[in-house]
Design a protein around this ligand. Structure first.
Ligand SMILES: *Cc1c(COP(=O)(O)O)cnc(C)c1O
Length: 354
């Protein structure tokens, strides 16, 4: 065993998947399991599959490659818009991708014909979050250009909210997505079987029974891995918020003042730090730093502890309330989404599956 480590409870991932699926099922909503925060690691993705998801989604082709190797029969979705340079791999690895550029769709169609496949396409609509998506007024023209393309199949419309602009999914904006799809179906005499209504930020609409009818797919990552919705970051009833535990060791535990001695200039990251004088405190220095995890994304499980600060290789924790903790003691932390992303991505954080 090496430290720092992240312990991943696969049973909790499976149970959280079951909980989210049970929440979505009465609304006729399919949940696609999003694997990007854990780099498409097959053991965790496998727990999502055991919990009942039938499709996996990731933003990166490298991760889709791993998933395809591990689960050749599971359909995969590419979440990030494919770049024009990624068209060949996208068609090879993903059954469906999210799109908003006609030139890319033309290239996907040509590549689909080339590989003898029909690549599924969901056209993203920007409903105000200002990340990816076609602007609603431009949608009819855009779809008019997509429909004649052979080698791809338009499956429906999608939206992503609460990511860049922080726009909250509501009955109104998701209702607009449903209306846009209906008007396209009428105008072009087509069927759009998929209305992909967003990410974990759309889960509160399920909890409050306010999800517009006809939304029939959600792409859920954080809701499963951290067991919570992402508007107010509240735990989903019945889900576990502690499927991941970060553990790190105390290297030094000395009593010291809380304000540095001497002239204060810039710290290691170019910031001039500010200090509050709380007198002498017992300070633990841990073998965990910004090269392991964005330390803002950590919260100690033990309520008596408080994070004071961090540098590249060290985390400083106030241990004054916990006199039994000594060098060699191991502290446990919960992780935010950003913290989890960093810990899973860092080669220095050992991964342990239970
Ligand atoms: C990351 C992502 C998701 C999943 O987001 P969560 O908040 O983790 O549920 C869904 N859709 C797209 C397009 C994404 O990039």
């Amino acid at each position: 065993m090496g430290l720092p480590e992240i312990i991943i409870d696969l049973n909790k991932i499976r149970q959280n998947t079951e909980t989210v699926l049970a929440l979505a099922r009465p609304f006729g909503i399919e949940v696609v399991g999003v694997t990007k925060v854990f780099l498409g690691e097959p053991r965790i993705a496998g727990a999502m599959l055991a919990g009942g998801v039938r499709m996996l989604a990731d933003s990166r082709l490298e991760n889709l490659f791993k998933l395809k190797q591990a689960f050749p029969d599971v359909p995969l979705m590419l979440l990030r818009l494919p770049g024009i340079s990624q068209v060949e791999e996208t068609v090879r690895l993903a059954k469906v991708s999210l799109n908003s550029e006609i030139r890319v769709l033309e290239a996907l169609a040509a590549e689909g014909r080339n590989q003898g496949k029909v690549h599924g396409v969901i056209v993203m609509v920007d409903l105000g979050d200002l990340r990816e998506g076609v602007w609603p007024e431009d949608l009819p023209d855009f779809i008019g250009q997509v429909l004649p393309l052979e080698g791809i199949k338009l499956q429906g419309l999608g939206v992503n909210l609460a990511c860049y602009g922080g726009v909250v999914p509501t009955e109104a904006n998701l209702g607009r997505l449903v209306e846009l799809a209906a008007s396209l179906e009428e105008k072009f005499e087509i069927r759009l079987p998929v209305i992909s209504g967003g990410n974990s930020a759309s889960l509160p609409l399920l909890l409050e029974q306010r999800m517009p009818a006809d939304v029939n797919q959600l792409r859920v990552g954080e809701g499963i891995v951290l067991g919570r919705e992402t508007v107010k970051r509240q735990i989903i009833p019945g889900a576990a918020g502690d499927a991941f535990t970060l553990r790190a060791e105390i290297l030094e535990a000395h009593e010291k003042p809380s304000v540095p001695i001497g002239e204060v200039g810039q710290d290691a990251f170019g910031q001039v730090p500010a200090f509050v004088d709380e007198g002498r405190r017992r300070r633990g220095i841990l073998a965990l730093g910004r090269q392991d995890v964005p330390t803002e994304g950590l919260s100690p499980r033990d309520g008596r502890l408080k994070i004071i600060g961090a540098s590249s290789d060290h985390l400083i924790v106030d241990l004054s309330g916990a006199s039994e903790l000594e060098i060699g003691s191991v502290l446990e932390f919960d992780l935010s989404y950003g913290g989890l992303l960093g810990a899973m991505t860092s080669p220095y954080v050992h991964k342990r599956y239970i």
